[in-house]
Write a protein that binds this ligand. Structure first.
Ligand code: ADP
Length: 652
């Protein structure tokens, strides 16, 4: 049975107490006091749930009791109904002093019962809510505490790994294979450390609502290239099949924060990879829905056949620091940060994220983000009407996709569905003197081998007649097989209109013997650059890369010395400055501002300053440009990106 609440009736007149007693005896346990002092004593001795308080009493009056109760933290939250026979001014006074209600006696008992019931109900609800909040806060604090402990352990693992390898390096320095393995391991530990720290940074920025988003034109093909490259290789390593599905994308160029979109996608795919066993599969893809004449809704899906999520945990996975502690997911390292961060970012971008999952069967995550679409670069309108292509199809949908792209680019094409049909079409066209310029061969044509088909084509036609292109998720091994068979270009899937466009430009531009894609080579002989970096290891890597392409480098360790070096050598000496941001004495922003000031005063030409920074958030990048720098490259950088920037800014 539910415990009855206790009501304290405080009144010096017995008749009044009796009438209140009879009005409430059915619902409440009633206790009584004849004056204010007795009431205070009772409040301290008993658990009282509501007080009906008369105003005029000897010893301590009602106003005095109310004042004492509100001043006492233990009694402050007990509801009080003040009862008297006087004017309105006192009513306002009492309500201001903290009374919950004020009634004039004599009062209709039914009305009184109703008012008391409402007050008690309100208090009960508030109490329950407060209780819940306290419990939640306790829960979060416990989870945070556990998280801090787990995180400290987790940070120690890669650091220990790196230290052990460093220790070992003295013994293995003469064995190049082992040295290479050691470097791979250091890189792996370093990347993991970086991802943990990035997550922690993101959480604190989400907490402080400090995340800002870039609004810049970007091509979806770039995002997809990075993602498919990374996950195709990782899935292959874990023996998981990986496929990418693209619906016909009308707006390939969008305006938004490319880095954050990649982050969202990579988080979901990393989870899929983590929670799927070898032999399983991961499918990802995206599509667009037109919202209006300016915006599209970009939909990204990530589906896996992994361990799935227990129904009871479906809500939990979106909360910071919480994980699905049931079944398969428990064996995998993780901190329950990725999904809540992802959700916060998606929602800050005005989008939504949802999940469907069945334990033991797999999960599917769907992200929807509204984005403005941009105008494609002008050359995308170029037409290739003189070109003729043959598509060797394997499945209807993929084929339709190519047809749509080739149509938009104005390329004429035919389609064949088997190796035999392909060879026939090629021969016929050749005999008529209207040979194809391009042949898109799928490596896995139904019932045939792509390799055998390409071999046969190459046997019949010399290399100059036809360019063979094979779209695939190719590993290095497969790529070399394809090239050996005679494939000229390998297109990474999924293929975009811009991918084919760029390829066409290449095909039309180069004499055929040069058509194989080469690594560009760089040489900056005769140029000087200034490297500003306080961290010796970072500086060593950067200097190594720059010297490799014959740049002569001066190295200084903070912004102040950089400004001095720049001033001493004169404006024309350096072709560029590579500037770290966070440094002692003077940071990169301040140094760049000073250099720009000096240039302004002297009228010298502006030296390109390239920020080399680990701060990748939009706000940091904006600051880079605001301080007068020309470009930025993020740490850890890859050499190709560095050379690309160098080529753009250091060449006259
Ligand atoms: P974690 O670092 O633990 O993976 P996340 O926030 O990314 O953190 O995910 C929260 C939890 O959601 C995970 O611990 C896991 O229990 C569950 N989860 C997320 N994605 C998947 C998935 N694809 N398959 C199964 N469980 C998943």
């Amino acid at each position: 049975m539910e415990k009855r609440l206790t009501m304290l009736v405080v009144d010096n007149v017995e008749v009044n107490r009796a009438s209140l007693r009879s009005a409430f005896i059915d619902v409440y346990e009633i206790v009584e006091a004849e004056d204010g002092l007795a009431a205070m004593q009772m409040l301290h001795e008993k658990q009282i749930d509501i007080v009906i308080l008369d105003l005029f009493m000897p010893n301590l009056d009602g106003a005095g009791v109310l004042k004492k109760m509100k001043a006492d933290p233990k009694l402050r939250n007990i509801p009080v109904v003040v009862k008297t026979a006087v004017d309105e001014e006192t009513e306002v006074e009492m309500l201001e002093a903290g009374a919950d209600d004020f009634i004039f006696s004599p009062c209709d008992p039914t009305l009184l019962q109703k008012r008391v019931k409402n007050i008690v109900h309100k208090y009960t609800l508030e109490h329950e809510l407060l209780q819940k909040q306290v419990e939640e806060a306790r829960h979060t604090s416990k989870i945070r505490e556990a998280f801090m402990i787990d995180m400290s352990h987790e940070l120690r693992n890669p650091i220990n790994g790196i230290l052990e390898i460093t220790e070992l390096s003295r013994e293995i320095e003469k064995d190049p294979v082992k040295v290479r393995e050691a470097f791979d391991k250091i890189a792996m530990h370093g990347e993991y450390l970086l991802s943990l720290l990035n997550d922690i940074l993101d959480i604190s920025m989400i907490d402080k609502e400090e995340i800002t988003f870039r609004d810049k034109l970007f091509g979806l093909s770039n995002v997809v290239a990075v993602i498919s490259e990374q996950f195709f290789t990782q899935c292959k390593k874990k023996d998981i099949s990986f496929s990418f599905e693209v619906a016909d994308i009308v707006h390939e160029y969008l305006i938004g924060d490319e880095v954050r979109i990649k982050q969202i996608w990579i988080n979901l795919l990393s989870n899929a990879l983590k929670y799927t066993e070898p032999g399983g599969s991961i499918k990802t893809g995206f599509s667009q829905q037109i919202i209006d004449d300016k915006k599209v809704l970009l939909e990204i899906s990530v589906e896996d056949s992994g361990c799935g999520i227990a129904e009871a945990s479906m809500e939990k996975i979106w909360r910071f620091f919480e994980r699905d502690e049931t079944a398969g997911a428990t064996n995998e390292g993780g901190f329950g940060l990725g999904l809540p961060i992802t959700r916060s970012i998606v929602e800050m971008m005005g989008g939504s994220i949802s999940a469907e999952s069945e334990e033991g069967k797999g999960s599917r995550f769907l992200v929807k983000i509204p984005l403005k679409f941009g105008t494609p670069p002008a050359q995308q309108h170029k037409n290739f009407q003189t070109m003729k292509a043959l598509i060797v199809g394997d499945e209807e949908i993929a084929c339709e996709y190519y047809k749509a792209i080739l149509n938009r680019l104005g390329i004429h094409f035919d389609v064949s569905w088997s190796a035999k049909e392909t060879l026939n079409l090629l021969k016929l066209a050749y005999l008529r003197g209207e040979g194809y310029d391009l042949c898109f061969v799928n490596w896995n044509i139904q019932g045939d081998s792509g390799a055998a088909l390409v071999h046969s084509i190459r046997k019949i036609f010399d290399r100059d007649t036809l360019v063979i292109i094979s779209p695939s998720y190719a590993s290095d091994l497969m790529e070399s097989e394809m090239k050996k068979a005679g494939v000229d270009y390998i297109l990474r899937k999924p293929v975009f209109q811009s991918t084919i466009y760029n390829l066409m430009i290449e095909v039309c531009k180069k004499p055929f013997s040069e058509k194989m894609q080469d690594e560009p080579s760089y040489d900056f002989m005769g140029k000087h650059v200034l490297v500003v970096e306080d961290n010796a290891i970072n500086a060593e890597v950067l200097l190594g890369c720059l010297e490799h392409v014959n740049l002569s480098c001066d190295w200084v360790k903070n912004g102040k010395v950089a400004v001095e070096a720049y001033t001493k050598m004169g404006g024309d000496y350096y072709s560029g400055i590579f500037m770290d941001i966070t440094m002692p004495v003077m940071d990169g922003y301040a140094a760049a501002r000073e250099i720009r000031e000096i240039e302004k005063k002297s009228g010298e030409k502006s030296v390109p300053i390239i920020a080399v920074t680990a701060n990748t958030f939009a706000a940091d990048i904006i600051k880079v440009y605001q301080s007068g720098m020309n470009a930025h490259i993020t740490k850890p950088f890859n050499a190709a990106a560095l050379y690309h920037i160098a080529e753009e800014f250091l060449s006259d």
